[in-house]
Write a protein that binds this ligand. Structure first.
Ligand SMILES: [Zn+2]
Length: 410
């Protein structure tokens, strides 16, 4: 037993460490500040952009959260100070946050699946089949494709009929955003366990067919558990020195355009070709095959507490931008009523900079008029390393927020 434990890697035990890594929030107030931020972004391995996710998206008067490795912190801070840019240390030692993220006591397995803790890729894949088997009349689990590392890309279909207009939700496009798959799981459980119990849930499940991809970037998610908690991309390699494509720059939505990178070492690498990634092909294929029958698409990311609606690839508004804006406002109000967490909203391009190749823009360009990227908790105190004790309140507040969108399309 001891030998097995020594040879095998338990969650995060053999993973990359982040001792002394810091996350700084920078407040650029001048063009020279933006130039310095872009310079940080141009050096491979120096700056890990947390929010927004690329230097291109940072603007004067805004802010940016960046992780810097411990051995570069001193030089980086000197450069920031010399440039006269304001900053604050958001996370002093990233490793200590990683060590403390599993802060919810494990409940006994006999009590069933625990929705208040983070689960590995294998656990989520097994759960997808288990939960469908538990509710055979209103749920179905399917394998929609295979990832680059040969894992299943699974999809759940929920509802009293499979032929109703569809509401598509996906989670886990970016690997390190663990709160996203956690929210997909609790949402599925809420819809299934309340069918025939809660009249509102029953009405939604009778009117719509819910399509849920619980963890789209399953390879990246597995890697964020086993090797690198800060991994964002897929795990494909096309013969380059760096591995992984940013799946949310890989879609057929002005692919390879602004705000995405041709550099395979970049965290926003758009890939060797459009829809090169298996998960992109799965989602694109599903949306195209059901064109005209998908009422809404919601993709969960973290963090920033923000609703983003199209377009992000160009300075243009969606035809129904006013509808998307007021619906986001209503949804955010419902969300805030639960735990008083404030989420903001706006078109992707309104940040003044662009990000091409995203799944939300792809959806609206393929007939899904209600399309949102929702960036979940928090606003940077923990960032991607959101502790487990925030899963349950995140779920509780996202239910009424989604209900507003669901009711709008019913
Ligand atoms: Zn993301």
């Amino acid at each position: 037993m001891k030998i097995v434990l020594l040879l095998g890697c338990i969650a995060l035990a053999c993973a990359k460490r982040f001792d002394g890594d810091q996350v700084l929030t920078l407040y650029p107030k001048a063009p020279a500040h933006l130039r310095l931020i872009k310079e940080f972004g141009s050096i491979d391995g120096l700056a890990d952009f947390w929010a927004p996710d690329t230097a291109d998206l940072v603007n004067i008067g805004g802010s940016v959260d960046i992780r810097f490795p411990s051995n570069r912190i001193r030089v980086v801070k000197r450069k920031i100070e010399n440039a006269g840019m304001e900053y604050e240390v958001k996370i002093l030692n990233l490793q200590s946050l990683i060590n403390n993220q599993f802060d919810v006591p494990r409940k006994s397995r006999a009590l069933g699946y625990d929705y208040n803790v983070y689960h590995t890729a294998d656990e989520v894949l097994a759960w997808t089949d288990d939960i469908a088997a538990q509710y055979p009349n209103i749920a179905r689990s399917q394998i929609m494709g295979k990832s680059e590392e040969n894992r299943d890309i699974k999809m759940l279909t929920l509802g009293s009929k499979t032929t109703n207009p569809m509401f598509v939700i996906d989670c886990g496009i970016h690997a390190r955003e663990w709160i996203s798959p956690a929210v997909c799981q609790c949402f599925v459980n809420r819809m299934l366990s309340n069918y025939g119990v809660d009249p509102d849930v029953t009405a939604m499940m009778d009117a719509l067919t819910f399509i849920v991809f619980p963890v789209l970037n399953v390879d990246g998610y597995a890697y964020s558990w086993s090797d690198d908690r800060m991994w964002r991309k897929t795990r494909s390699n096309y013969g380059t020195v760096c591995t992984g494509v940013d799946p949310n720059r890989n879609f057929d939505a002005e692919w390879s355009g602004p705000g995405s990178s041709s550099n395979p070492c970049s965290d926003t690498y758009y890939g060797p070709s459009m829809a090169s990634e298996q998960l992109t092909q799965v989602l694109q294929g599903f949306v195209r095959a059901n064109q005209g029958n998908i009422k809404a698409y919601v993709t969960f990311h973290s963090y920033s507490q923000l609703y983003i609606y199209p377009y992000s690839y160009d300075y243009k508004d969606a035809a129904n931008a006013a509808e998307l804006d007021s619906l986001a406002a209503d949804s955010a109000a419902a969300l805030q009523s639960v735990n008083n967490k404030r989420f903001t909203w706006g078109a992707g391009h309104s940040s003044m900079y662009l990000a091409a190749g995203g799944s939300d823009d792809f959806a609206i360009d393929n007939g899904v008029s209600i399309s949102y990227t929702i960036e979940l908790r928090d606003t940077g105190r923990y960032g991607f390393v959101l502790p487990e004790n925030q899963i349950e309140p995140s779920c509780q507040e996202i239910y009424p927020a989604l209900d507003v969108i669901i009711n709008h399309v019913m």
